[in-house]
Design a protein around this ligand. Sequence first.
Ligand code: PNS
Length: 162
Amino acid sequence: MSTLAVYPGSFDPLTNGHVDIIERGARLFDRIVVAILVNAEKSPMFTTGERVEIARAVFHDHPNVEVDTFDGLLVNYMERRRANVIVRGLRAVSDFEYEMQMALMNRELAGTVETVFMMPAAQYSFISSRLIKEVFSLGGKVHGLVPDLVEQKLQERRSVRL
Ligand code: PNS
């Protein structure tokens, strides 16, 4: 039986930390779905459509990586997709509490769903979408922290605003 894993998140924007986890997941599982939560934030930097487009472009050469969207409860999406592995990245101890709560809540809601945690490469362990947005919006460089396509889209945004 093949294993379908789901890597859920906001991905606003996709970072090299996310890319690292997705690549690890694609090696570990038969198929991994990058599941982008619709309308997670009131004012996202990128629309859901843009986030889907970016992730599809970044993983176009990974045949077992799929990009999809979901809304509502993650466990309902898992059931619809007949998937029972949730992948989440753990960067530091500070992530643990929130991740443990989510994993146990998801288990409470759907007992057959397992959450598998993976550590990104150490060089990405300090990156978060929130910090990327903050650094970028204050004029800092994000080169090497996000895929080139994300950097390009961020720069386009900056030049439109100037
Ligand atoms: O990128 P994030 O913010 O770390 O991802 C959080 C996400 C999307 C995984 C989480 O908010 C989620 O699963 N939301 C869907 C609603 C849901 O199922 N909530 C209960 C989770 S225990």
